[in-house]
Design a protein around this ligand. Structure first.
Ligand code: NHR
Ligand code: GAR
Length: 213
């Protein structure tokens, strides 16, 4: 990308991934910057993180809209005001309509707390513990209309320990997320990341983060 990649981040909560992206973007050679942070929850702590970094924030509460379609339209309008090159979901907890996803096709990323395609949806840490899995992790993917199903970009595994709890797992998964999300955004901003159908390429090499798992 010729100039700095403009990123809009959507959050619902704590925003530790947002913080990791803000921290990365403050490095001199980082090719992306966060131009706005939007939340569907008034109390999201991530809004304070954005404000502390001098980034515009906006709250768009779904309770104020009659249905998902109308809500998503309002969200799109707010996002497009910032003319983003990239939109990233960072702990954003609302399923997005097909129209929304199509509008940002190939420039919409999500981070999900599991080794996708395992454990799509919610409560992944609990489900991993219940299943007795030995590995867990986090995945960055392009968003497609079907939930947590888009082409993978980056994935990192952690070992599950016998004494792990939801909280201890979440903590180690977060540490991984804070590394891989800024990396994926860097690749995108450098113009090195491409999606074709259900595949992702870094430069001209196909990315297969979960090959062999
Ligand atoms: N939207 C589409 N179309 N595709 C994806 O892959 C999406 C998406 C929106 C969000 C993040 C996702 C995750 O990483 C994400 C991926 C929310 C829910 C959910 O069930 C599920 C997955 C994700 C985010 N949300 C409930 C809903 O009815 C609300 C839950 C709540 O408010 O606590 O929207 O896991
Ligand atoms: C992260 O672990 C992210 O992977 C997950 O929520 C957490 C947000 O943390 N996302 C989802 O579960 C999406 N459904 P953060 O607000 O501290 O970045």
């Amino acid at each position: 990308m010729a100039s700095t990649c403009r990123v809009v981040v959507l959050i619902s909560g704590n925003g530790s991934n947002l913080q990791a992206i803000i921290d990365a973007s403050q490095q001199k050679d980082y090719p992306a910057r966060v131009v706005a942070v939007l939340s569907n929850k008034t109390e999201a702590y991530g809004l304070h993180r954005a404000q502390a970094a001098g980034i515009d924030t906006q709250i768009i509460e779904h309770s104020a809209y009659s249905d998902r379609i109308t809500y998503d339209q309002a969200l799109m309008q707010a996002i497009d005001h910032y003319q983003p090159d990239l939109v990233v979901l960072a702990g954003f907890m609302r399923i997005l309509s097909d129209d929304f996803v199509q509008h940002y096709e190939n420039r919409l990323l999500n981070i999900h707390p599991s080794l996708l395609p395992k454990y799509k949806g919610l409560h992944t840490h609990r489900r991993v513990l219940e299943a007795g899995d030995k590995q867990h992790g986090a995945s960055v993917h392009f968003v497609t209309p079907s939930l947590d199903d888009g082409p993978l970009i980056l994935q990192t595994a952690i070992e599950v320990r016998p004494d792990d709890t939801v909280a201890s797992l979440a903590k180690r998964v977060h540490a991984v997320e804070h590394r891989i999300y800024p990396q994926a955004i860097r690749w995108f901003a450098e113009g090195r990341l491409h999606r074709k159908d259900n595949r992702t390429y870094l430069d001209n090499t196909e990315l297969k983060p979960n090959a062999g798992t």
